[in-house]
Design a protein around this ligand. Structure first.
Ligand code: DX5
Ligand code: ZN
Length: 213
């Protein structure tokens, strides 16, 4: 089944509840929340307060993508705000096994994100601790960037690596009408889509077009 997780980074925060309703009515049952700290990545976005507000206006599964330095310091806040999956970057982590275990102990799905240049072999010792792998197909930091084609091979490798395990694989960055079918063809589970969805004049129709692409 093809799953889209809309990235709210490109939604219109003047009426975020309305944009959420549009993607829900199109069929979305999860949302992707991009947290940037101005340190791990140059931009700053939003934090737990906004996630809590979003949690109060949707029944969607909330996947929180932490693009922050020292992520474990903030885990409690993001869990309390209503994250259902909590994803941190391997490049920012001090002790990934311990940090993934902590997330699970709090009944939240544990996730690792991988930058385009990070070798997927770093995941091998972590497979028993992981519920979710987020493969970055752009350098994290902003929406609307071009898809990096060389990450398709990494997707295939990670699909093989996780065969027979209950690990969800998401792909994040530059997914649009031109790239989404190539992404799904690798066998991954979830395509994260930001600008290609929310910058459309008809968000509901675009969601369908992306599913059918
Ligand atoms: C990039 C973020 C993405 C971003 C994707 O740093 O992690 O989730 O919102 O946006 P698009 O789909 O526009 O590339
Ligand atoms: Zn993201």
């Amino acid at each position: 089944m093809k799953i889209i997780s809309p990235s709210l980074l490109s939604a219109d925060f003047r009426h975020i509840a309305e944009d959420i309703r549009k993607v829900e009515s199109a069929g979305a049952d999860r949302l992707h929340l991009d947290i940037m700290d101005g340190n791990f990545v140059p931009s700053i976005t939003f934090g737990p307060l906004i996630i809590n507000a979003i949690n109060n206006c949707t029944h969607c599964h909330l996947e929180t993508h932490l693009m922050i330095q020292n992520p474990s310091k903030s885990f409690d806040q993001y869990i309390k705000a209503g994250s259902d999956t909590l994803i941190f970057h391997i490049e920012a982590s001090n002790n990934p096994k311990e940090e993934l275990s902590y997330i699970r102990e709090n009944n939240v799905a544990s996730g690792i994100a991988l930058n385009p240049n990070t070798d997927e072999k770093c995941l091998l010792p972590l497979l028993d601790y992981l519920d979710y792998i987020l493969i970055m197909s752009v350098v994290p930091g902003k929406g609307g960037q071009s898809f990096i084609k060389s990450t398709l091979k990494k997707m295939e490798n990670i699909v093989q690596m996780t065969k027979g395990r209950n690990i969800t694989i998401g792909v994040d960055g530059g997914v649009n009408l031109d790239t989404i079918s190539k992404v799904y063809d690798t066998g991954i589970d979830i395509a994260i889509v930001g600008s290609a969805l929310f910058k459309s004049d008809n968000i509901t129709q675009r969601y369908q077009d992306l599913i059918n692409a």
